[in-house]
Design a protein around this ligand. Structure first.
Ligand code: F6P
Length: 440
């Protein structure tokens, strides 16, 4: 077993000083017992030697027990853990911080570990593109945005479809995993990526998910890393808009990312002091939005700021079926680049106000992670490594009541966390006079 492992490149340390002592003691003991050497009537000196030899023999037995344990340990050490890691889907600010947490903790907890980083997300796993990472790869990246491994979108919907050359992507991923004899794959991803992670887990791979996305829309966790960094950028955009809006007496619409969920808009809107916050979970009525602007104007405010989620929909649109809505939005996009521009036109037409649109777009995913995300990502990474050591797989790390815990991937895959219109935060915002465009 040892030589087979050695042939595979595992290290064994043959240095056993206690064995040498033990060997010598056994020799002395044998000599002490040998009548040819000591005669039939041993002298007191020989008796003393015999006693010493007896204890040395005992020492030898103890040594062999220790030695046996040592071998087990070194055999375990020899079976190095091999961990794959990838970042998938849209990037965000604390991906590197999370990988650093995983890498550093793995080296600390396991010592002998090999980490393979797959390039550009699942693509790297499918097409066998990876690099063996070194300890140094995990240093100096805590504050770096983006991902040192690169990322890409590999839509879950198409994961079972063969690629352009007829390659079965799932089989290809399993093949790469097995070829590298991985013990585990760590996936840093959002909704779609974790659905694929769950699929791979069902296919028999050991997978651990880490909750990544600026949208914070992952079910089963209170928080995702990237969210607060994006809130910071979006808030900053609203802050900057405030001064120019006030100077010109204009209505400004700031469109915030979040895909179909409004959490990012809600938080940035509140933090930036927006007057109107429009999120997909609370469909808006254009008349209610215009009424709020008119009220502010009548009350002496020269400007109004609307924070709108990129996925916001009107009350009428919310009545459509999924298919109808998709068609309607595709039609709208022919006339307006995004929902903010459509809203701007409607407000201009109904109120006569001068309206401007700002779309911070991908800046929300860029730059350094804020301290909260650095801390959170580090904790997630450390706990992911601990799960690997415990060989607890098929789970996503999650934040619950400020503690990091795990939830089965199967329980969260494909489910969304959204803004609850009846939540305290929405009620509090409404008490403050912020309009969600739902009440006239
Ligand atoms: O999921 C993160 C996110 O930034 C969403 O908020 C946004 O809708 C989407 O990704 C944009 O994706 P892409 O970078 O592929 O255009």
């Amino acid at each position: 077993r040892a030589s087979a492992l050695q042939a595979e490149g595992h290290r064994f340390e043959p240095c056993r000083p206690h064995l040498i002592i033990a060997g010598w003691s056994s020799l002395v003991a044998r000599r002490a017992h040998n009548p040819k050497v000591v005669g039939s009537n041993p002298s007191p000196a020989t008796k003393e030697t015999f006693k010493v030899s007896f204890f040395l023999l005992l020492f030898r037995i103890l040594c062999s027990i220790v030695e046996k344990q040592d071998f087990c340990r070194s055999e375990l050490k020899g079976v190095r853990m091999r961990v794959g890691i990838l970042t998938s889907g849209g990037d965000c600010q604390a991906l590197n911080a999370t990988m650093r947490g995983v890498g550093k903790t793995l080296y600390n907890l396991l010592g002998d570990v090999e980490i393979y980083g797959f390039l550009d997300g699942y693509k790297g796993l499918i097409y066998d593109e990876y690099r063996k990472m070194e300890r140094s790869d995990f240093s100096g990246i805590l504050t770096e945005g983006g991902t040192i491994l690169g990322t890409s979108r590999t839509p879950f919907k198409q994961i079972r479809e063969p690629d352009a050359n007829g390659l079965d992507k799932v089989e290809a991923m399993k093949h790469t995993y097995r070829k590298l004899r991985l013990d585990c794959l760590v996936v840093l991803g959002g909704n779609g990526s974790l659905k694929t992670a769950n699929l791979l887990s069902e296919e028999g791979l050991n997978v651990i998910g880490c909750p990544k996305t600026i949208d914070n829309d992952l079910y089963g966790t209170d928080m995702t890393f990237g969210f607060y960094s994006a809130v910071q950028v979006a808030t900053n955009a609203i802050d900057c808009i405030h001064t120019t809006a006030a100077s010109h007496g204009r209505v400004f619409i700031v469109e915030i990312m979040g895909h179909k969920v409004g959490l990012l808009t809600l938080y940035a809107g509140l933090a930036g002091g927006a007057d109107i916050i429009l999120v997909p979970e609370i469909p808006y009525d254009i008349n209610a939005v215009c009424k709020k602007i008119a009220e502010r104007h009548a009350g002496g405010s020269r400007f109004s700021i609307v924070a709108i989620a990129e996925g916001a929909i009107s009350k009428d649109e919310s009545k459509l079926t999924k298919k109808e809505l998709k068609k309607k939005l595709a039609e709208d996009r022919k006339n307006h680049p995004s929902v903010a521009y459509k809203l701007a036109k409607e407000i201009e037409e109904k109120t006569g106000a001068e309206v401007r649109v700002t779309v911070p777009g991908h800046t929300q995913r860029g730059g350094q992670p804020v301290p909260y995300d650095r801390v959170f990502a580090t904790r997630i990474g450390a706990e992911a490594a601990r799960m690997i050591k415990k060989e607890k797989y098929g789970v996503m790390l999650s934040l619950k009541n400020n503690e990091i815990t795990t939830v089965p991937l199967a329980d969260i895959a494909g489910k969304l966390k959204t803004v609850d219109p009846d939540s305290g935060i929405v009620k509090e915002a409404k008490m403050l006079g912020i309009s969600f465009g739902d009440e006239e």
